[in-house]
Design a protein around this ligand. Structure first.
Ligand code: PMP
Length: 278
């Protein structure tokens, strides 16, 4: 957190220093919650409606009560209005099942809803990735759900960082290319822009969705070799937009950014205004 972070909690703006949840919160105890990270540009949220829809889908998948769209949209605008107008900021929305007795399946005293606005340090212009040795389970109950159980992702990211990379890449249990710890992956081979289908176990990333819509990419079942031998490749995520991949496991790709990656980056720069929706 930076000194200027702002926090909204269960309906009120509160002092970030005092923003605290109960040790009995099942989000803390077992990761029983869902979340979104929304980009803020000059104090305005990007694609907020799409994020809140995905949050509702994640909550339904976990059996949590549906978070109220208008309350969260309002809370997001309030917390951003209270924050400096950073050129690049992020809003983290978290809904957990809330406090409850130890050993119970989930919280029973009402959900804990927090919205944090903070400044976002831009990602480097290109990034290296490391393929992790653990498989992502494409058939798990939490597959494709943006739940707060992200320890597997945190472990993989730490693994990649120890090896000098900025992001880790998962293959699934069938050895097929899946996603990063906080990003989706695209490869260019023979002039085609390709990304793994949702059946690979990847999250339905909003930046991925926009890249498919805006840049004419296709979903295709891909191997790790498709990444290692790509002509170009890039990561997509809310906080990165499109980030060219420079090297995979220490071996440089032929171009970063290559021409198709560059077109995707330009599409985001040119069309961002379309989704600055309240
Ligand atoms: N995969 C995972 C596991 C993620 O956490 C994220 C970040 N939300 C993404 C992909 C990218 O999704 P988005 O473009 O919506 O940020």
């Amino acid at each position: 957190m930076t000194e200027q972070a702002r926090v909204w909690m269960n309906g009120d703006l509160i002092d970030a220093e005092r923003a605290a949840v109960s040790v009995f919160d099942h989000g803390v105890l077992v990761g029983d919650g869902v979340f979104e990270t929304v980009k803020a540009q000059n104090g305005e949220p990007f694609a907020l409606t799409r994020h809140l829809k995905r949050l509702a889908r994640s909550a339904a998948a976990l059996g949590l009560p549906e978070p109220d769209h208008d309350t969260l949209a309002q809370g997001t605008l309030e917390v951003l209005a209270a924050a400096p107008r950073w050129p690049l900021g992020r809003v983290r929305i978290t809904c957990t099942s809330g406090p409850g007795p130890l050993g119970s399946a989930r919280g029973d005293a009402g959900p804990t809803i927090t919205i944090i606005a903070d400044e976002q340090t831009p990602f480097p212009a290109t990034g290296d990735v490391t393929v992790v040795p653990w498989a992502r389970n494409e058939r798990g109950a939490l597959t494709g759900v943006k739940s707060t159980s992200y320890a597997e992702n945190a472990l993989a990211l730490a693994y990649a960082k120890e090896r000098g990379s900025g992001e880790a890449i998962f293959a699934n249990t069938a050895g097929r290319l899946c996603e990063g710890t906080g990003s989706n992956v695209f490869v260019v081979r023979g002039g085609r822009l390709l990304t793994p289908p949702l059946s690979s176990g990847c999250l339905a990333g909003i930046t991925r969705e926009l890249t498919l819509e805006w840049c004419g990419g296709e979903e295709e079942d891909l191997s790790l070799d498709d990444l290692y031998r790509a002509d170009e490749a890039f990561l997509t995520s809310t906080t990165r937009d499109v980030q060219p991949i420079r090297a995979v496991d220490g071996t440089a790709l032929p171009a970063a950014p290559g021409p198709i990656t560059l077109k995707a980056m330009e599409a985001f720069a040119a069309r961002a205004a379309e989704l600055m929706d309240p």
